[in-house]
Design a protein around this ligand. Sequence first.
Ligand code: NAD
Ligand code: ZN
Length: 248
Amino acid sequence: MDKKAIEKAVEKIKKSSHLTAFTGAGISAESNIPTFRGKGGIWDKYDPIILDIDYFKQNPEKAWPHIKDMFYNVIDKARPNPAHYVLADWEKEGLLKAIITQNIDNLHQKAGNKNVIEFHGNTRDLVCMDCGRITPVQQADMSKNPVICPHCGGLLKPDFVFFGEPIPEKAMKESIFHTQNADVYLVIGTTGIIMPASILPYQAKQNGATIIEINVTPSEYTSKLTDIFLQGKASEVLSELNRQLLRN
Ligand code: NAD
Ligand code: ZN
């Protein structure tokens, strides 16, 4: 880990008045949830068409078994890792104002964060394609294929954003607020290529925020946008930042 860069980041975080974190699949990689891209990523094993909204509507009985395999069988068992816990501590201390996450795994909430903006929805709930009612996963018969609505028998879809679907309006509004008002913006474990989420760090920078990035490898942001790049695993880098913050 780059000691100088860590020290610079600690200074910025300590002095920040509105610290916002923007997280991607990389922060949950150490909780054994595979990322989409990269070695061992989900797209090595599955065809992204499964998460296309039109394909899903037309072929729900083909898509659902894969969706269960990819997400529900994995995410149910997953536990937060030290990276999630550091962010929860920072929120409790009043240092971190919000997390904007692209993840759908609920791990920020499991770690204790309250102000989590789920840009891409979540896996906790299912939404009926016919009557629009929400059914929590625990109340649905997940052994059925496809999974159907207990109210009307319509097709249930995970309440996360599929390819071809818009971003939930409330999440979009809140994300813009915590992006435009941030003076320090922490970008953790994201490739920066999923639109429109990937635009957020650019907006933060335009509004004058310092961009601190944590990733195991350089991303789309690193050379274009990042002010301080902390190369390493999210759990290790965040734990080190936290140790130094506590020492100061
Ligand atoms: P991605 O899979 O495209 O990229 C993951 C990024 O994390 C890469 O840049 C990689 O270098 C980095 N990374 C891997 N391990 C890391 C570690 N230990 N510490 C720090 N960085 C690490 O993910 P994305 O950019 O977030 O976009 C993919 C989309 O897929 C998102 O919309 C997200 O919702 C969804 N997704 C979610 C989950 C989840 O909920 N956990 C998992 C897979 C994909
Ligand atoms: Zn219904």
